[in-house]
Structures are given as C-alpha cells and as structure tokens.
Write a protein that binds this ligand. Sequence first.
Ligand code: 5AD
Ligand code: SF4
Length: 441
Amino acid sequence: MAEPKKLYIKTYGCQMNVYDSERMVEAMGGQGYETVETPDDADMILLNTCHIREKAAEKVYSELGRFKHLKAENPELKIGVAGCVAQAEGEEIIRRQPLVDIVVGPQSYHRLPEMEAKARGGERALDTDFPEEDKFEKLKARPRAQRGPTAFLTVQEGCDKFCAFCVVPYTRGAEVSRPVDRVLQEARDLVDRGVREITLLGQNVNAYHGEGAGGAWSLARLIWALNDVDGLERIRFTTSHPNDMTDDLIAAHGECEKLMPYLHLPVQSGSDKILKRMNRSHDRDSYLRLIERIRAARPDILISGDFIVGFPEETEQDFRDTMDLIEQVKYGQAFSFKYSTRPGTPAAERAQVDADEASDRLQRLQALITKQQREIQDSMVGKTVNVLFEKEGRLPGQMVGKSDYLHAVHVTGDGILRGDVRPVTIVQSGPNSLAGRLTQG
Ligand code: 5AD
Ligand code: SF4
C-alpha cells in the first residue's frame, strides 16, 4: 500500500468550522490522506478560517507567510484556505499570496478532493460558489472509524437575519436546513461509532425547517425524533436566535428526556436603542420574557449568551442597560466581545465608540459574567449531577467529563469508562471545573 499523505489542518472559529474540518479530513481520507499534528512535513496544509471578528484576513495572510520555508523545502506541498475568510476574500487570496494553491468557500467542501487533484496538476483552484447540492451528502466518510463520546452534527447553515454587525449572512449565505432523514441517518451512524452526545449545529439552529415526513420539521420535532435513537444519551443544540424560540422548542426543554438543560441564547445588548440599531428584531423585554418562559418549562436550565460592547453609538447608559439585563438573567456562561468593524456590514459606516471606553466596558461586563458563572458553578456543590465521561484526567485514575449543565467535572474512581454516563456528587468547585465522586447506590 502507498504511504499515506500527510494533511495538516488548522481550524479557527466556531463549532461549525470544527465539524466542517472533520468532514474535510474524512473526504481527504478517501484521497489517501491522514492528519498530522504539525505542518512541518505535511503534503497538504489547510487553514479553515473564521471571519467573524478582528482582522481575520490579515491574520490568515501572516499565518500563510509562515509556510513559505516549508514550500521552499517541499515544492509538492499544497496549501489551501477554507472557511469564511476564503469566502470573503476569494480571488484576492490567490492574487496576494502565491503560496496558496486552493481557496474553497464553506459551501464547496465536497469539491475539495477534485481541487486537490487540480492543484497536484499544477493549477490553482478557487471555488466560492453557493451550489445547490448538499455538500454533507457528498462529503460522506468512507471508512467508519470509531469516535469519541461527543460529536457535532450540522443541521442548518447560513442566516437570513442580517444583524448590522455580522458577516455570517454574507460568508455562509442564506439559511438552509438539511433534510430530516439525512440528519437522523448521520446521528444513528455516529451512535454506532461510539457517540453518546450530539450537539446539533447551525448559525440559526432553532430556525431549522428541514424536509421530513409531512413537510418541514421544526427543530423540536427533530429533537424528539433523536430522543428515540437508542444508544444516544444526550442532545444539545447551538446557536439559537431569540425570535426562533418556538413554543414546541421551549416545551421540549421541559419534556424531552435527552435534551440537556443548557441553552445558548445570545442577546448581544440590553439596550432597546442598540438592539434596534443592531437590527436584532427583538427587544430587551421580549428577551427577558422569553427567558422566564424557558425557565418555567425547565427551572434548572443554564443560560449562556453572547454580548457585544462598544457597538456604534452605545452610551454609558446603554451599556448599563446591558449590565442590568445580565443581573436579571444570571448567566452560567457567556462570550463577550468588543465590537469590531466588518467591512460590508451596515454598522461599519457608523460612528465608532472610543476604543478605551469599549475596553473598559468589556472588562466590567466580563467581571460580572465571571462572578455569575462562578456562583452558578459553586451552587452545584452538594448536588448530584449526571456526567458523561470523555477522557482521562491528569491524575492517576482520574476521569473528566461534562455535567448535564456542561460544567467540566473531575472524578477519581475505579471502573469509569470513556462514554459512561454516571451520577456524580459534586464536592468542590474550582476556577474552571468541578470535582466530584461517584454517587453510591
Ligand atoms: N464584532 C464583535 N462581535 C461580533 N460578533 C459577531 N460579529 C461581531 C462583530 N462585528 C459576535 C456576536 C455573535 C458571536 C458569534 O460573535 O456576539 O453572537
Ligand atoms: Fe450573525 Fe445575527 Fe445571523 Fe447570528 S443571527 S449569524 S449574529 S446575522
């Protein structure tokens, strides 16, 4: 058999990129590639890029520059740029960086093997189309390797919401949902390969409307169907938009046994003025009422969020409204960012907030979130939670997993296997994780 060729893939950004990278690795597996941990003696280097924040394109160009000596040593090395920077920059990458052989946008990954062949033939290959066909269907893996206990499964891509700060509708295109039968088939296949927890992914996952029996299915209906998959223990989904939290999805949080009590529901700001300027199409009050309804369905649910501070025209009072909303909601987890200009988006043209002011607000917001996060984590001490064990810990006999609420939990105990879900009594709360012991009896 021929020696496997070596593929080095570096993934930036969101979980959807992680999922896409896995699919690309599988597709290139069919071309005789195996992944390696460093770019040093790779036959192909792929950067799966993210364009969501700060100077993404510049970072990609500087990263590419670092591969120059590798290409000098090995002229057969092929270098590709995938992901949202590839989509946004397109031909500019080919023009600006002669080292690059392949530029492939997120909707064209199934064409990567052909593009690699073209590059091997000495041509440079660019594809940033939004083709009709289902790339995931075409990207199906050949050998079915065993998997770890958790996996992502992309069910929806793209976004029609056009928040004024965001590039996603431009780089990932319009909202598209994968058909129900393909999702269920992939889920069963993952479970056969050892997966116990599936996180359904989509930029607007709760706007899911995939074709199924009797017409378009909601995300809740899909989750109920997954609930019946034997061997699957846990279901999660991310990222949701407040306006797409339908009644059936809220109810599922109370009723669907495998759906975990965790919800990532970005609000971005707590000021009505800023939400309007962001084109978020929900306001502060509707978000707070929504949280109340979700908590009524599932009182112990852990809420996570995304925040942008220093959005154009954000005043100190607007920022205080955000802090006040955070006080009311109490977040178990949150991601917060300073606004950064994305060329081509509506907000890019507007008056920017002073950079020091924005940094100061971000610090204050993060301090509040850290405090809430820690309080919620500390409140787990003494409780019994289910933990899905994922890997060995650093200490002998120690295993690490995630609770239903997505807290990392360390447990030392005999006979715990990867993939087990076991009840654990939490005994201690540390800076980033909990410690527990197996609950007896
Ligand atoms: N500046 C700062 N943060 C942004 N996000 C998206 N676009 C921008 C931007 N231009 C954040 C939002 C989104 C998360 C994925 O990234 O909070 O929910
Ligand atoms: Fe971007 Fe808004 Fe769409 Fe989320 S909902 S992907 S923030 S445009």
